[in-house]
Write a new protein. Structure first.
Length: 117
């Protein structure tokens, strides 16, 4: 099982980006999906989470600007980011609870988001 994150890049403040997280391999089901980020010199922090039923949670710093979603059929997770600020600059990681024979939490590789002022 693998998670592949993509969609990062360089964007000006106020701009938008859409991150994607693709799950591949022999998967029975996927529970919660999450996006974390880690800025230089800082600890990794939870940005947004979405449960298997679609319930979402956001860090206060991104509420109203970021939207997490998922497509269980593909299966993919997304993070739509708008109103980006320089302080959103970080490596973004996706994370999901995936059931193969047992439930494990998998991490994707990071994708870098750089917001210029």
């Amino acid at each position: 099982v693998q998670l592949q994150a993509s969609g990062g890049g360089l964007v000006q403040a106020g701009g938008s980006l859409r991150l994607s997280c693709a799950a591949s391999g022999t998967i029975f089901s996927i529970g919660s999906m999450r996006w974390y980020r880690q800025a230089p010199g800082k600890q990794r922090e939870l940005v947004a989470a979405i449960g298997s039923g679609g319930i979402t949670n956001y860090a206060d710093s991104v509420k109203g600007r970021f939207t997490i979603s998922r497509d269980n059929a593909k299966p993919m997770g997304y993070l739509q980011m708008s109103g980006l600020k320089p302080e959103d600059t970080a490596v973004y990681y996706c994370n999901a609870d995936i059931v193969v024979r047992i439930t494990r939490t998998y991490w994707g590789q990071g994708t870098l988001v750089t917001v210029s002022s």
